[in-house]
Design a protein around this ligand. Structure first.
Ligand code: HEC
Length: 259
């Protein structure tokens, strides 16, 4: 019995510790700050330009994001009053609409400030093109951790055996192409680690900043998205209580003739 308990605990703990450690790979710390508005704005800009073609963050709305990254689009949240508040809110709304909103809603109309941040790719097609559907990234920072995302975005390297031409140090045989190649350039991987073999538009230091800001953005997104997760949590607890009730009734039923 004791052995079984230990084996059971191990099966629970092993995947958890693997996830926390990123599958055993050494992870460079992301060093992000979710209260850094400039970093969030930069991360959001890169995310909508380079990622939202395939990934949504559908637990987020543009107007909430704008407010949280220091660009409130409603006068009441600007911290000012009267005409000045209206002007700031209008200017922010224009800035956000022009720079962050390129997608359409489910019904095909252009997204507005109140829209959810959905990806522009139909899920069925995406799964067919990449072998795996690009997942919604609302809670990816919770699942994988910020350090993992940071290293993932820095970890693409050339691999001619893969259909996308690339592999990844923290996500082996990933279905995602290296979408930031233009900025980073191409890396090769050998027993010494990663090496830049063809330069991109950015220096490695500049690329690190972009990747850190995208990671910061996804980490911020994962925090409001907790609300959604908590809803599922409550649902899971209710289910558990119901099953305990059923188990109890079953036990009574099984034992009633024995006593
Ligand atoms: C061309 C489509 C495409 C684009 C653009 C794209 N991705 Fe992906 N991404 C994918 C696919 C497909 C997967 C799933 C890979 C798999 O499961 O093998 C994925 C997986 C991921 C994952 C891992 C999710 C998980 O936990 O399994 C992260 C994180 C991610 N993408 C981040 C990004 C970021 C950040 C960007 C923008 C810089 C981006 N992606 C742009 C297609 C894309």
């Amino acid at each position: 019995m004791r052995k079984q308990v230990i084996a059971f605990a191990a099966t629970l703990l092993l995947p958890m510790s693997l996830m926390a450690s990123g599958g055993g790979a050494h992870l460079e710390p992301a060093n992000i700050d979710v209260h850094d508005h400039k970093s969030l704005q930069n991360g959001a800009k890169y995310f909508v330009n380079y990622c939202m073609g395939c990934h949504g963050v559908k637990a987020s709305r543009y107007n909430r994001l704008a407010t949280d990254m220091g660009l409130p689009v409603v006068p009441a949240k600007t911290g000012k009053s009267g005409k000045e508040a209206d002007m700031i809110a209008d200017a922010n709304a224009k800035l956000v609409t022009e720079n962050l909103i390129f997608t359409t809603d489910e019904d095909g109309k252009p997204s507005s400030l109140g829209s959810l941040m959905l990806s522009s790719i139909p899920e069925k097609d995406a799964a067919r093109w990449f072998g795996a559907p690009p997942p919604d990234l609302s809670v990816v920072s919770r699942l994988r951790g910020s350090d993992w995302i940071y290293n993932y975005l820095k970890g693409f390297y050339l691999d001619s055996e893969r259909p996308t031409g690339v592999n990844n140090t923290v996500f082996p045989n990933v279905g995602m192409p290296h979408v930031l190649w233009e900025l980073q350039g191409w890396q090769a991987h050998d027993e010494h680690g990663l090496k830049l073999v063809s330069a991109g538009k950015m220096s490695p230091e500049e690329y690190d900043v972009v990747v850190r800001d995208i990671t910061n953005f996804l980490t911020y997104v994962g925090e409001p998205a907790q609300l959604v997760r908590k809803k599922y949590g409550v649902f899971a607890m209710i289910l558990l209580v119901v099953f305990i009730g059923i188990a109890y009734l079953l036990k009574k039923e099984f034992w009633k003739d024995i006593h």
